[in-house]
Design a protein. Structure first.
Length: 404
C-alpha cells in the first residue's frame, strides 16, 4: 500500500472506532430502564413482572437478531446493517411514546423494535472496531462496550432532569427516539471495514457444527449467561431494589449512575485484564460479581447502595469484554461476527429470564432478597464450573484453524 493509502487507512481506523463508541453510547441507554419503571407503573398500572418483561424481551430481541446481523454485516457491510439498527432503535422509542404506558405498546416498542435495532447495530460496531485493532482486542472491546455501558448514565440523568421539568415519561421516550435514533444512523454511515489483508482470514472449516461441539463454546456460553443473569436482574430492578430496602429515593437514583459508571470502568479495565490473564479472567470476573451481588443483601445499606451498585456494574461490565476477546482469541478476530452471536445468545436467555424473575419474586414475597441470593448463587456455581472445565483438555477445543 502506498503512503497515502496507509494514511487513509489510519484515519478510517480511528473514525470507525469513534463512530462505534458514539453509536454504542446511544444504544446503551437501554440499561437506564429502571429509571422509567416507577413512572410507567404509576401511569399504566404495570406489575413489576410486566415492566421487567419489556426489558427482558428487549434483551432477547437484541441477541436473537444478532444471530442474523452478525453474518449479514460480514457478507454485505457493517454500515448498512447498523443503519437499519439505528432506524429500528429510534422507531421503537417512538412507538413506545404512543403506547399510553400500556404493556402491549411498550413490549412492541422498547422490547421488540428497539431490541432488534440494538442487535443490528451492536455487533456491527463491535466487530468492525476489533478488526481494525487485532493486536489490542481486549482493549478495543473494552473501549467500545464501555461506551455502551456509559449510555445509561446519560439517559438516566437526562430523563430525571426532564421529569423534574415536568416532562412525562412518554414525552421522554419521544425525545430519545427523535434524538438517539438519527445520531445512531449517522454514526453507522462512518463504519468502514478494514481491507481484508489487515486481519487474519476467516477459516472456512469453522462450521457451526464445530463451534457447537467445542468445549470453548460451552464454557463461554455458561460464563456469559451466569454473569449477565446476575447483572441484568440487578440493573432491571435496581431502583426498586433500593426503594424496597428502605434506601432514600435520591440514593436509589444515584445507584443507576453508580452501576453505569462501574459498568463503563469495568469494560475498560477488564479489557486490560483479559489481555494479560487470558482465560483465567472468566472465573475471576464471575467470582467478583458473586461477591458484589451478595453485598446487596446486606441490611440498611443507605448511602452505600450506589457504591455497591457500582461494584455490581464493574463485574457486569466484564461480560461484554472477556467473552468477546476470548471469542477472538480462540476462534480468530474475523470469526467474531459469526461466533460471538452464538455465544451472546446466552445473554438473551438471561435477559428474558433474570429481570422477570426479579420482578416476579418481588410480586410473590414483597422483597428482592430471594432474587438477589439466587443471582449470587448462579454466578458462584458458574465461577467454579468454568474454572474446572477450562483446564486444557486435548482434542476438545477448537483452534483458530478450525481443528478439533
Amino acid at each position: 500500500m502506498n503512503p497515502s493509502g496507509h494514511r487513509a487507512s489510519g484515519v478510517r481506523r480511528w473514525v470507525a472506532l469513534l463512530s462505534s463508541m458514539v453509536m454504542l453510547a446511544c444504544l446503551g441507554g437501554v440499561y437506564a430502564w429502571s429509571a422509567f419503571v416507577p413512572p410507567l407503573r404509576d401511569l399504566g398500572g404495570l406489575t413489576a413482572a410486566q415492566a421487567q418483561l419489556v426489558f427482558g424481551v428487549g434483551v432477547l430481541a437484541f441477541t436473537v437478531v444478532m444471530l442474523g446481523s452478525g453474518p449479514a454485516q460480514e457478507r454485505w457491510s457493517p454500515r448498512w446493517v447498523a443503519l437499519l439498527g439505528g432506524f429500528l432503535f429510534g422507531l421503537g422509542y417512538l412507538v413506545a411514546s404512543t403506547s399510553r404506558a400500556q404493556f402491549s405498546g411498550l413490549l412492541l416498542g422498547i422490547g421488540v423494535l428497539s431490541g432488534a435495532g440494538i442487535g443490528c447495530a451492536y455487533i456491527s460496531a463491535l466487530a468492525t472496531a476489533m478488526k481494525w485493532f487485532p493486536s489490542h482486542r481486549g482493549a478495543v472491546a473494552g473501549l467500545t462496550v464501555a461506551a455502551f455501558g456509559s449510555g445509561a448514565i446519560l439517559l438516566a440523568n437526562g430523563a430525571q432532569a426532564l421529569f423534574h421539568r415536568g416532562f412525562g415519561v412518554l414525552e421522554v421516550f419521544r425525545l430519545v427516539g427523535l434524538g438517539f435514533g438519527p445520531l445512531t444512523m449517522l454514526c453507522a454511515l462512518l463504519l468502514f471495514a478494514p481491507p481484508s489483508g489487515e486481519t487474519e482470514p476467516v477459516h472456512r472449516s469453522l462450521s457451526l457444527r464445530r463451534v457447537f461441539a467445542s468445549r470453548d463454546w460451552r464454557i463461554l456460553s455458561l460464563g456469559i449467561f451466569s454473569g449477565t443473569f446476575a447483572g441484568l436482574l440487578v440493573i432491571g430492578n435496581l431502583k426498586p431494589i433500593g426503594l424496597a430496602g428502605g434506601v432514600e429515593p435520591a440514593h436509589a437514583l444515584h445507584a443507576i449512575t453508580g452501576f453505569s459508571v462501574g459498568n463503563a470502568l469495568g469494560r475498560l479495565l477488564w479489557g486490560w485484564i483479559v489481555d494479560r490473564l487470558g482465560r483465567a479472567a472468566i472465573s475471576l470476573s464471575l467470582a467478583f460479581l458473586t461477591a458484589a451481588v451478595a453485598a446487596l443483601a446486606l441490611p440498611q445499606l443507605g448511602a452505600l447502595f450506589p457504591l455497591i451498585a457500582a461494584l455490581v456494574g464493574f463485574g457486569f461490565g466484564s461480560c461484554f469484554v472477556v467473552y468477546a476477546a476470548q471469542v477472538a482469541e480462540r476462534f480468530g478476530a474475523r470469526a467474531v461476527g459469526k461466533v460471538y452471536p452464538l455465544v451472546f445468545v446466552s445473554y438473551g436467555i438471561s435477559g428474558l429470564t433474570a429481570p422477570f424473575i426479579g420482578g416476579w419474586f418481588f410480586d410473590l414475597w414483597g422483597t428482592y432478597l430471594p432474587a438477589i441470593l439466587t443471582a449470587a448463587a448462579i454466578t458462584a456455581l458458574a465461577a467454579l464450573l468454568c474454572w474446572r472445565l477450562d483446564a486444557p483438555v486435548k482434542g476438545l477445543a477448537i483452534d483458530t484453524a478450525g481443528r478439533q
